[in-house]
Design a protein around this ligand. Structure first.
Ligand code: K7E
Ligand code: CUA
Ligand code: CA
Length: 655
């Protein structure tokens, strides 16, 4: 069906008109129902979009459908490769995902905090060591909630080395090494609950020679008693949050900084000197209405060099059993800008995302409950830290009114910003320089350049290479939370969607609906030439690799039995092996095949074990052989014409 067929059938129009009206009304009614002032008063009229030139009236369809030619341009024909990787977080799944763009093809899921039989994640000894186990050997946790994925930088752009992602529920930080696209490290962040925002630094704040990522900054959204060990539970005034710095290589926690209020999203400057986090709960409220009582919340900026000097100088304390040095970044302790570690810039109430413009000049804080975006000039922030500016608010150079429910902002590298509007179900394109001129008092200038409807209620939005100085302004992807009517119905719960928008021209054009598993939250779009993956594993990487089929054997030490095993299509190195009931069995399996993608599986009936070994990779599992009988261990990954025959017999003798 061509796009004109769509138009003839009025499909987009039908979907838009009714749904948008419903959503706007429902969403606003929901907020109004709390009986709270939600800061929408500065809008033209509650329930109506801010009408801008070039945009449709509120509730009226204004989706721009590209011509068939435009769709064709973004098609990736069979046999051709995508131009970009998109690395998504996976929300409640606890994983990360890799898509190709513009096709929207799902290429890989990267298990992190979850258990995954496709790869054996959480099942093999190697992955269990990364996830962490309890004293009884069970996994420390099996839930995860990944929101944000960000890559390592060199010289202001992706270097293809690492990704990091957060686990909001269990306050863990995970790293993915991109050559294999697997998680290689997970750490617990102490003294934190609701680890939400995360961003790597882009260069060292002091040493100009270190022009790459060496630190990861982590925000804490939920304030808690410190330490959270049963004390002060009923004294919320004593709860607080910390901002955490983790070393990118060792993944050790370097320091924490105590703050007033919560920390939601995190952004970093291109020069390495500043990190920032928006705060929707400067009130330190423990109830919903308290969190919305202040007219203004903040974007707090961290002076990294000063914090690290304070840590070095021993001006820190520790919390509970944690050895991590904590500096005091609260307002009371930082009244003199010239020595302050933090700068709390007031922004309209309950903001959401904070994003860095690719020219390195600004942090843009989305208003959420305010129909505005706040532009903070990082040069002026430094002036404030030098004592040359009166108030933190003086660092704000623009605050354009952009629409209802602004959540996240992305950039095209041409001076324009694209902000998702949750309540309006739109993406709005606005010009930063124009917004600054308007803020200075130029009444003629209108910073709003375009609007486009998305379907529906977008959270994050991000652009191709948009979080680097190489932002190329080709695509914007809108991560939409509601998708009713866009895909075949699958019951009450619908998928989310990554809606792709062409942003090359003056006007935005919708070019694709890509369904995605809930809930992606956030992603980065990376030019494919930034990523260099390996074709096969390095045999020597695992100290216990079984390097030759001749080395296959059964080794017994008391009740501990080790099976050294190889796989080579279409056979395992041992046709059978025997252990005794009650033995602790460790199977070490090396895949000796050297052909890219020639992966074997290893599934053990009766023992709940299923994993894969990639070419030249070694993995191991340990289990108690508690059930006597025959288990046909088999290859669970189709590898060869004789794949079905690829099995071995595990005989567990009755004790
Ligand atoms: Cu969903 Cu980034 Cu956790 Cu905003 S956050 S939408
Ligand atoms: Cu080896 Cu299937
Ligand atoms: Ca608030």
């Amino acid at each position: 069906m061509t796009s004109s067929d769509w138009k003839d059938r009025g499909i987009t129009e039908l979907q838009d008109a009714g749904r948008r009206k419903f959503l706007n009304t429902a969403a606003l009614a929901g907020l109004a129902g709390t009986g709270l002032s939600v800061g929408l008063s500065s809008c033209k009229k509650a329930g109506e979009s801010v009408t801008q030139p070039g945009a449709g009236k509120a509730g009226e369809a204004s989706t721009k459908v590209s011509s068939a030619a435009t769709y064709g341009e973004f098609e990736v024909p069979p046999g051709q490769l995508d131009e970009y990787y998109m690395f998504n977080s996976g929300g409640h799944s606890g994983e990360a995902r890799v898509y190709g763009l513009p096709s929207g093809r799902l290429i890989k899921r990267i298990p992190i905090f979850n258990r995954d039989c496709e790869s054996g994640w959480g099942i093999t000894n190697e992955s269990r060591a990364i996830i962490g186990t309890k004293a009884d050997g069970s996994l420390k946790s099996t839930t995860g909630d990944t929101h944000h994925v960000h890559g390592s930088y060199t010289d202001g752009t992706y270097d293809g080395k690492y990704l990091w992602t957060n686990d909001k529920i269990n306050s863990r930080l995970a790293r993915i090494r991109l050559d294999y696209m697997v998680c290689d490290k997970i750490i617990d962040i102490p003294n934190v609950q609701g680890f939400h925002g995360i961003f790597p630094d882009k260069r060292d704040p002091v040493d100009p020679k270190i022009n790459h990522t060496t630190r990861i900054f982590c925000g804490q959204e939920f304030h808690i008693p410190q330490p959270n060990d049963g004390r002060d539970e009923n004294d919320p005034k004593k709860y607080y949050c910390v901002f955490t710095c983790v070393d990118a290589e060792s993944m050790n926690v370097r320091w924490q900084c105590k703050v007033d209020g919560n920390l939601d999203l995190v952004a970093t400057s291109y020069d390495g000197t500043l990190a920032g986090s928006n705060q929707y709960n400067t009130e330190n409220g423990v109830h919903y209405e308290d969190m919305m009582s202040a007219e203004r919340d903040a974007c707090v900026l961290f002076n990294i060099a000063r914090i690290e000097a304070a840590v070095k100088a021993g001006k820190h304390f520790t919390i509970g059993d944690s050895k991590v040095p904590v500096v005091d970044g609260t307002k009371d302790a930082n009244k003199d800008p010239k020595t302050a570690l933090t700068c709390y810039v007031p922004v309209p109430k309950n903001p959401h995302g904070v994003n860095t413009s690719p020219d390195g000049k600004y942090f843009v804080c989305a208003g959420k409950l305010s129909p505005t975006a706040t532009v903070i000039d990082l040069g002026l922030v430094h002036k404030w830290f030098n004592g040359e500016l009166k108030a933190p608010r003086d660092t704000v150079v623009a605050e354009p009114e952009i629409g209802l429910g602004p959540l996240h902002t992305a950039f095209d590298g041409r001076g324009n910003a694209y902000t998702t509007l949750f309540l309006d179900s739109q993406v709005v394109k606005w010009n930063i320089d124009k917004s600054i001129a308007q803020f200075k008092g130029d009444k003629q200038v209108d910073p709003i350049l375009d609007r486009i409807d998305v379907h529906y209620q977008p959270g994050h939005g991000f652009t191709s290479m948009g979080e680097t100085k190489e932002a190329d302004g080709k695509f914007f992807v809108s991560d939409n939370k509601f998708t009713k009517d866009r895909f075949l119905p699958v019951g009450p719960r619908h998928p989310d969607q990554d809606q792709m928008i062409d942003i090359r021209g003056d006007k935005m054009h919708l070019i694709a609906d890509h369904s995605v598993d809930p809930e992606p939250h956030d992603a980065i779009i990376v030019k494919r030439d930034k990523i260099r993956t390996r074709q096969i594993n390095d045999l020597n990487e695992h100290p216990l690799a079984v390097k030759d089929a001749k080395d296959c054997r059964v080794e017994r030490k008391g009740r501990k039995v080790t099976i050294h095993l190889t796989s080579q299509a279409p056979a395992f190195g041992l046709r059978e092996f025997t252990v005794r009931q009650g033995d602790e069995v460790t199977i070490i399996l090396t895949n000796l095949d050297k052909v890219e993608d020639l992966t074997h599986g290893f599934a053990i009936p009766m023992y709940d074990i299923n994993f894969v070994v990639n070419p030249q990779q070694t993995k191991s599992v340990t289990f108690k052989a508690d059930t006597p009988g025959v288990s046909w261990v088999y290859c669970s990954n189709f590898c060869h014409a004789l794949h079905l025959e690829m099995r071995s017999r595990m005989i567990v003798e009755k004790a």
